[in-house]
Design a protein around this ligand. Structure first.
Ligand code: SF4
Length: 190
């Protein structure tokens, strides 16, 4: 056995189970992507996966001020946004959508960016209400960021002060249309 091969074997033996799972995951994904059947798999599964994704949007509810009350009401029986597959969650690692409302201060900005970074791909961001869109009534305050899109890419803007629950649900429906329009295969990215 050559020195190089012995070295690789040594590395493989020294894997912790967590590292091994990550390595084998990457290897499988690489082989699948390079495989000639990748295009066919995407052709068969693309529509289904896209349908499932857009109809089960788990959102991280990042509400800071008055708009947060409208966001909560959207989940109550009168508006019942869950009927569209729109479900609130509290962990960024379980979410597809970051929903931000209220004025984001400069002090809070790094924490919000970190939450966004912790969300798995594919992910989307919605800015709800004037504060999240542009800083709202606090747009020229020394401590407020004039819009979430200053440091996170925003896909959907929902105007209003406050934005009503109907407007929030309409924003989610627009996001569903956007996801449908940008349909891509998981393996080939086309
Ligand atoms: S947009 Fe208006 S209602 Fe919403 S958090 Fe800002 S001040 Fe409150």
């Amino acid at each position: 056995m050559s020195g190089k091969a012995e070295h690789s074997l040594g590395q493989a033996v020294m894997f912790r189970s967590k590292d091994f799972l990550k390595w084998s995951d990457n290897a499988m994904e690489y082989l699948l992507r390079k495989s000639p059947v990748a295009g066919s798999v995407d052709f068969i599964t693309k529509d289904f996966f896209n349908w499932a994704t857009r109809n089960s949007l788990y959102f991280l509810h990042f509400g800071i001020m008055c708009c947060a009350l409208e966001m909560a009401v959207a989940s109550a029986p009168r508006f019942d946004q869950q009927r569209f597959g729109i479900i609130p969650r509290s962990s960024p690692r379980q979410c597809d959508v970051l929903l931000v409302n209220g004025p984001v201060t400069k002090k809070l900005k790094p924490a919000l960016r970190r939450l966004y970074d912790q969300m798995p791909e594919p992910k989307w961001v919605m800015a709800m209400g004037e504060c999240a869109i542009s800083g709202g009534p606090f747009y020229n305050s020394y401590s407020v960021v004039p819009g979430v899109d200053q440091f996170i890419p925003v896909d959907i803007y929902i105007p209003g002060c406050p934005a009503r629950p109907e407007a929030l649900i309409d924003g989610f429906l627009k996001l569903q249309k956007l996801i449908k329009k940008n349909k891509k295969g998981l393996l080939t990215g086309r």
